[in-house]
Ligand binder design. Structure first.
Ligand code: GDC
Length: 336
């Protein structure tokens, strides 16, 4: 367990970053939390943390201000979202390369011991994800390089940047390739939401409005695997403490179609089966994606625990109560 360390978490106002702050604080660390978002847009905020709101880490001076005398850095920050965002904002996504690059330079200059980079399954070669049901993606499947345009290229490039900082300057780096992480305190509306949150919101709203239809992007037969946030945080910390320096999948291998996920959410909500309207011109991304977890089991002796149904129950409950509080258009949670 990591404790008694001074830890910088960049992207702390976001979904995974917020949960990571909570856990590392609970474990007895001193936390510096930074995010480009202004205070009211942070998903979670904790007492006894040095918070830096509205701080753009694409600017190296900001990176320098917060990396002094820090033991560890977790870079959870990037300008991102679900398919609806990353397909239409490639230049925005690619500019996150500045966050990682400037942070690494500041870490080198101030002698930070260890650095974590949050990469993505979008780094994998697209040609291996053209069928609905695929073998899980192994870490070596990122090459030859043909990642998701924009966002995926930034992740793959930044992974390599980390590797070279380790080789050339001796900073210990750990890199996770996350597979569609979901759970409470994440974006569920406004355009950046991913499928689990979007579909929980749509079902919750259908129930509230006595609607009998739901809109689904694509034909619903495309597949993914989804990782619950608690498993994501646990896997991240285990990877960070390990001595494994190369990218590792942090994901689930419970591959389901979008239609199957909607079935599960409908059951959780207690609503009768909705008529599905398939929007074929919406962003769909790859046809099939899931994680191969052989390497993570080998190097961390660990695997995720939360089944999709259990994670979606918690996520649905949270989104259902949030939409009840504020109405359905919660752009508050989506501002970058
Ligand atoms: O957005 P996402 O969860 O991202 O979409 C998964 C699939 O669900 C897509 O085929 C999408 O068309 C479909 N889908 C159906 N209805 C909806 O209402 C909806 N909203 C959304 N958003 N999708 C819907 C993600 C990236 C992330 C991250 C992960 C890593 O790609 O967007 O930034 O890096 O991958 O695994 P997804 O899984 O394609």
């Amino acid at each position: 367990m990591i404790n008694n360390k001074k830890i910088l978490i960049v992207g702390a106002g976001g979904f995974i970053g917020g949960h990571l702050v909570k856990r590392l604080l609970r474990d007895g660390n001193s936390i510096i939390a930074v995010d480009i978002k202004s205070r009211e847009y942070w998903f979670q905020e904790f007492e006894d943390v040095e918070n830096h709101f509205s701080t753009d880490m694409k600017n190296i001076e900001n990176c320098r201000k917060v990396t002094k005398e820090v033991d560890y850095v977790f870079n959870m920050a990037c300008n991102m979202g679900g398919m609806g965002f990353i397909e239409n904002n490639k230049a925005e996504c690619m500019q996150s390369v500045l966050i990682n690059t400037n942070l690494l330079i500041a870490c080198k200059d101030f002698g930070v011991q260890k650095y974590f980079f949050s990469s993505s399954a979008c780094a994998y070669n697209k040609s291996m994800q053209q069928e609905a049901f695929i073998e899980g993606l192994k870490e070596e499947d990122a090459y030859p390089a043909d990642p998701e345009d924009g966002y995926g290229w930034e992740k793959l490039f930044s992974e390599r940047m980390c590797r070279h900082f380790m080789e050339d300057y001796g900073i210990e780096v750990r890199i996770a390739r996350y597979h569609n992480v979901y759970g409470p305190f994440g974006t569920y509306d406004g355009g950046r939401e991913k499928a689990p949150a979007a579909l929980c919101r749509k079902v919750a709203n259908a129930k509230k409005n006595n609607a009998d239809k739901i809109e689904i992007w694509g034909d619903g037969k495309q597949t993914r695997s989804f990782l619950y946030i608690d498993d994501c945080v646990e896997g991240t910390l285990r990877l960070f403490e390990s001595d494994y320096p190369n990218p590792v999948n942090i994901g689930s291998d419970e591959q389901v179609s979008i239609n199957q996920m909607v079935d599960v959410i409908e059951k959780i909500s207690g609503i009768k089966k909705l008529e599905r309207i398939y929007l074929l011109d919406k962003p769909k991304g790859v046809r099939g994606r899931t994680s191969n977890n052989d390497l993570v089991k080998k190097v961390l002796n660990w695997s995720y625990e939360t089944k999709l149904k259990e994670g979606l129950e918690k996520t649905y409950d949270w989104i259902n109560s949030e939409t009840g509080k504020h109405g359905s258009n919660l752009s508050k949670f989506t501002k970058s």
